[in-house]
Structure formats: structure tokens, C-alpha cells
Design a protein around this ligand. Structure first.
Ligand code: NAP
Ligand code: F7E
Length: 327
């Protein structure tokens, strides 16, 4: 049975990827960092599951990664751990760089030293395109990051490419556009809106405060996107791939879709709060997934309206069940 090591297993993508790889019959080792309040709600169903091991450690500690890879000897490694919330990267730029940039180098060094045959996936991001140089964005589009998070992801991407070219590592970089789900963190705009809409539907609040309603994103569904990660590590050679839907929507359209799914009029419940504006905004992102379609045979299965309706329905269910910790 092939072994796979996942960093960021407690996050949105890590939890779906673990579900997928367990269903494919792999033995999964998920890295979990210590927190004072360890609810880890996205992987509760995996605790004690057959073939799944949750192991303690931290991406910022090279000695820890080296020891774990030496013990586990995985065939595949997915590096999904990051400080992934863009606004927080201005609050804590060094901490963001330590995990989101240098953390990637820790992974690559551990792989190079323990077993250069391990196949590595790096979670790169459309935030690297930032102030976009062309539309739609492809694997060839130059980067122009607009946040400490985006800059850190550029480092992670280029060091992955460099280790591939310098040491011949099988290291693939997935340039994923925004992807969301019922397991998305509450601070990100899609889930913030679907959760607020559910609470408004039940009369628990009346308004939700947002920032820039004009910004546009190419939003896909996370379970579709983790499938692309797995396909990337099963090619003959490691490459970079844009993963996107090829369609974008504004935050205003997102509000319309989420409130509409619960038969609410979004315009009565949104207010603008400047605290949610960013020092430098990424105004619009739109990906071209043609290479992924051609080489990986990958296509998104879930559309924007369907995804937002699923998220709104899941949040309504949570509100009705009094679940307050799945944030
Ligand atoms: P997420 O929900 O924020 O998950 C991030 C994961 O990283 C969590 O498991 C977190 O652990 C872990 N982590 C943070 N610092 C760590 C450390 N020092 N040591 C070990 N683990 C640490 O992010 P996501 O949405 O699943 O995204 C997965 C990856 O894809 C990230 O690298 C993100 O930057 C990237 N990405 C995401 C998107 C998107 O739209 N979702 C798009 C492009 C790229 P805790 O649970 O303990 O916090
Ligand atoms: O913001 C606008 C905000 O925080 C999307 C991460 O997964 O995807 C994600 O980064 C847009 C921005 O995601 C609010 O200004 C308006 O233009 O949901 P978000 P993000 O910053 O695009 C990329 C690909 C990643 O790699 C990241 O890890 O929505 N917006 N009002 C708001 N955003 C938030 N969070 N909250 C608001 O109230």
C-alpha cells in the first residue's frame, strides 16, 4: 500500500485530499500542528479511521519533517500547509513567510535529504498573479503578487521549480484559483456570506459587513480541485498546472447567489465596512485551465451556483443544529 504524507490535513483541502486518497486505498499520514484548542473539525471523521494516521509536527521545523519522512518513507507528499488568509499576511508578514515561503523549502530539503524519489505537490496560488498582467491567466503569465501571502507563494513556487531543475525532484506546482466548500474557513468571503445568510434566514442577525463587492474571483469547488492534485503526481513528469473553472464572478454576484439560494434579497442585508478593504487588492482573477484539461484530463464538475447553494444549505443545517465550532 503506497504511503502519502499530507501537510495541512486539518485544512479545507487537506481534509478532502485525505478522504480521496483513503478511498483510493492509500495509507495517509497527516501532519497536525499543536494548538491550544484542537477541535480540528474537518478531520474528526478521520481520527481512528483505517489507513489514516494523524501525526504531530510543524512545517517550520526541518528536523521534525526530516525525522517524520525517515520514519514514514512516503511515496507521495502533498504540501498544503500554509498561513492562507490574505489579510492576516499584512498583520503577520514574517510569520506568514516562515510557513508559506520557508516552509516549502523545509519540505524540499527534507525530501532531498531523506529520499529524493518522493513525489512532491506544492500548493501554489492564483494570488501570485495579483495585479494581473494578462487575462485569462495561464502557466506562462508573469506574476505580480499584491500581499505578503502572494509574495510568499511566489517563493514557494519558484523554489519548487528550482529543486525540480537543480536536483531532478519530482516536484509539481499546482497554481490553484480560489476554491471553496462546506469546509471553507469562516473568514473567507464565500463561507462568510453563506453562514451569514443562514443566520439571517433564521432571524439570528440582520446584516453582514463586507469589503470590496466589485472584486472578482474564479471560484471552483474544493473536492474537484484535490482530484487535480492527485492527477498531477501521477503523470510521467512533474510540471506546473493552472487549475480553475474559466469563469469568474464578483463578490456582489456571490451575495446574490448565496442569499438567493435561501430566498432572501441580498441587498437588504449587506453593509460595507472599510475594515474589510485591503492595503492592496487583487481586483480580478480568471484562470485558463486548458493545459490541465489536455494533459490531466481534468475538468471541474461543480458549477458556481451549485456550489454556493450547497454551502448555504450546509450552513443552514449547522445553524439549525446549533453547531458553532465548524468555523
Ligand atoms: P486552510 O484551510 O487555511 O489550511 C491550511 C492548513 O495549513 C491547516 O491545516 C493549518 O493547520 C496548516 N498549517 C498552518 N501553519 C502550519 C504549520 N506551521 N505547521 C503545520 N501545518 C500548518 O487552507 P486551504 O484552503 O485548505 O488551502 C490549502 C493550501 O492551498 C494552502 O497552502 C493555501 O495557501 C493553498 N491555496 C488555497 C486556495 C484556496 O482557494 N483554498 C487556492 C490556492 C492555493 P491548522 O488547522 O492548525 O490551522
Ligand atoms: O477574498 C473580497 C476580498 O478572503 C476574496 C485564499 O484561499 O484564494 C483565497 O484568497 C475576495 C477579495 O479569498 C470581504 O477583498 C470582500 O477580493 O475569500 P477571500 P482570497 O483573498 O482571494 C487564494 C487563491 C488563496 O490562495 C488564498 O489562500 O473577496 N472581500 N469583502 C472579502 N474577503 C473577505 N475575506 N472578507 C470580506 O468581508
Amino acid at each position: 500500500m503506497d504511503r502519502v504524507f499530507i501537510t495541512g490535513v486539518t485544512g479545507q483541502d487537506g481534509s478532502y485530499l485525505a478522504d480521496l486518497l483513503l478511498s483510493e486505498g492509500l495509507e495517509v499520514f497527516g501532519l497536525v500542528r499543536r494548538k491550544a484548542d484542537a477541535t480540528n473539525w474537518r478531520i474528526r471523521h478521520l481520527d481512528g479511521a483505517e489507513g489514516c494516521h494523524l501525526i504531530d509536527g510543524d512545517l517550520t521545523d526541518l528536523s521534525c519533517l526530516t525525522r517524520l519522512l525517515t520514519e514514514i518513507r512516503p511515496r507521495y507528499l502533498f504540501n498544503l500547509a500554509a498561513q492562507s488568509f490574505v489579510p492576516f499576511s499584512w498583520d503577520a508578514p514574517l510569520a506568514t513567510a516562515e510557513v508559506t515561503a520557508t516552509g516549502v523549502l523545509n519540505v524540499l530539503e527534507a525530501v532531498r535529504n531523506v529520499d529524493p524519489g518522493i513525489r512532491v505537490y506544492q500548493a501554489s496560488s492564483s494570488e501570485m498573479f495579483g495585479k494581473v498582467r494578462e487575462t485569462p491567466q495561464t502557466e506562462e503569465t508573469p506574476f505580480y503578487p499584491r500581499s505578503p501571502y502572494g509574495v510568499s507563494k511566489c517563493f514557494g513556487h519558484y523554489i519548487t521549480v528550482n529543486y525540480r531543475e537543480s536536483y531532478g525532484l519530482f516536484a509539481a506546482s499546482g497554481i490553484l484559483f480560489n476554491h471553496e466548500s462546506e469546509r471553507r474557513g469562516l473568514a473567507f468571503v464565500t463561507r462568510k456570506v453563506t453562514y451569514a445568510a443562514a443566520r439571517i434566514k433564521r432571524g439570528l442577525q440582520d446584516k453582514v459587513a463586507l469589503g470590496n463587492l466589485d472584486s472578482a474571483r474564479d471560484w471552483g469547488y474544493a473536492p474537484d480541485y484535490v482530484r487535480a492534485m492527485w492527477l498531477m503526481l501521477n503523470q510521467d513528469a512533474p510540471e506546473d498546472y493552472v487549475i480553475a473553472t474559466g469563469v469568474n464572478h464578483t463578490v456582489r454576484e456571490l451575495c446574490e447567489a448565496a442569499f438567493g439560494a435561501l430566498d432572501l434579497d441580498w441587498s437588504k442585508h449587506i453593509e460595507i465596512d472599510e475594515r474589510f478593504l485591503r492595503p492592496a487588492e487583487v481586483n480580478t482573477l480568471l484562470g485558463n485551465p486548458a493545459k490541465a484539461k489536455l494533459q490531466l484530463g481534468w475538468e471541474p464538475a461543480t458549477g458556481f451556483a451549485q456550489m454556493i447553494a450547497k454551502m448555504a444549505a450546509a450552513d443552514l443545517k449547522r445553524v439549525d443544529a446549533g453547531i458553532t465550532w465548524e468555523i
